[in-house]
Design a binder for this molecule. Structure first.
Ligand SMILES: NC(=O)c1ccc[n+]([C@@H]2O[C@H](COP(=O)([O-])OP(=O)(O)OC[C@H]3O[C@@H](n4cnc5c(N)ncnc54)[C@H](O)[C@@H]3O)[C@@H](O)[C@H]2O)c1
Length: 337
């Protein structure tokens, strides 16, 4: 794909955390590209995430569900995308444990419907956004390359793994030009406050206890969402169809360490941490080998120290963000994503 040509990107789930930041990134870096955000606006989608691009002449929004094949077909025939970037998903592990059905519908059926629509239309790239969770827990000191077996341990991860497999099938059967990205934990502004970092910030700011699943020694690596956006652009421009690329960083911390770092930056008391019963099936460690995307010239540029400070500053200056209604009663917290 050529960066200088004009492209038309259909971005599903673009009103969520990563999708909205990706859209902003594209409209800023590639002003000659066009973007249509297709989003069902579930509890996790928020049109205000796109306030600053809403009147951009190359941006449009259509509300719709990726499981609605009629609506998806309409969007393809009206907008005529040559690129699909598929973020739309149910993403919260705890919700998937309580109620798997929406996860199976959106993450599996919705992915198949989009792949079918892409096959019927002239698509040059289909970027399927996936997660390191599909590999399941990885014993230290190993890390997963893209050929590691998929051993998901929760409904979210299993539904994402199924979506990945369907995307691979679309490539092997129809040569739909699919690329799969498996990313580690993202953090940054605009993340729904049921997720670890915004939830812990909100608790600390409200002087509430910070609940930690089990020992808190689960190991995760963290990527700033803007670094993930540059990884997506890298594979859009230079990736190979049919391939999978892991996207990671070397910023690996236990959940306890990340919470302690947040408390340190906020100058909040460490004794506000409260251990609670562990999540069933909680993966102890995720670890990606991301040399394959590094060989395309990509690397993360934002250090965890800088990124976390910037992120905390953003939540402190957007207190309304931390008061979204769907947060409190659903999941008491999530130590993952
Ligand atoms: N956040 C992370 O740390 C992380 C890490 C790795 C991979 N991912 C993947 O990245 C993608 C985006 O994650 P996020 O954290 O931005 O999610 P999010 O929960 O913040 O946003 C999801 C978006 O998808 C929309 N959506 C949900 N169901 C839909 C449907 N049926 N039809 C249309 N739109 C629908 C929601 O309205 C929302 O705008 C997901 O595919 C997720 O699996 C996320």
């Amino acid at each position: 794909m050529d960066a200088t040509s004009s492209h038309r990107l259909l971005v599903t789930g673009g009103a969520g955390f990563i999708g909205s930041i990706f859209i902003r990134h594209i409209l800023r870096e590639f002003p000659h590209w066009h973007v249509l955000c297709f989003d069902a606006l579930t509890y996790a989608g928020n049109l205000h995430n796109l306030d600053d691009v809403n009147s951009h002449p190359h941006f449009q929004f259509t509300r719709g569900d990726v499981t609605d094949s009629t609506k998806v077909a309409q969007v393809f025939s009206n907008f005529l995308p040559d690129v699909v970037v598929h973020f739309a998903a149910e993403t919260h592990v705890d919700r998937g444990i309580k109620d798997p059905e929406p996860f199976l519908r959106t993450n599996i059926l919705g992915t198949q419907i989009l792949l079918d629509a892409a096959r019927r239309n002239a698509i040059s790239r289909f970027i399927h956004i996936s997660t390191d969770e599909v590999y399941g827990t990885v014993p230290a000191p190993a890390s997963c390359t893209e050929t590691a077996p998929l051993t998901p341990t929760n409904n979210y991860a299993a539904s994402k793994a199924a979506g990945d497999m369907l995307a691979q099938v679309a490539w092997t059967t129809w040569k739909t030009p699919v690329i799969i990205l498996r990313s580690t934990n993202n953090y940054g502004s605009h993340q729904f406050p049921e997720k670890l970092i915004p939830l812990m910030i909100s608790r600390a700011l409200a002087n509430q206890p910070l609940p930690v699943y089990g020992s808190g020694l689960q190991m995760r690596s963290w990527i700033h969402v803007r670094d993930f956006c540059t990884a997506i652009v890298t594979v859009l421009l230079y990736g190979t169809s049919g391939e999978i690329y892991n996207v990671g960083t070397d910023d690996c911390l236990t959940n306890l360490q990340i919470i302690e770092t947040i408390l340190h930056i906020l100058d909040a008391p460490i004794n506000s941490i409260q251990h609670v019963a562990d999540r069933p099936g909680h993966d102890q460690r995720y670890a990606l080998n991301w040399q394959k995307i590094a060989a395309l010239g990509w690397k993360p540029r934002i250090s965890l120290a800088d990124g976390l400070r910037e992120t905390i500053q953003w939540y402190c200056s957007h207190p309304h963000w931390l008061e979204q209604p769907a947060t409190a009663h659903h999941c008491h917290f999530d130590t993952n994503k």
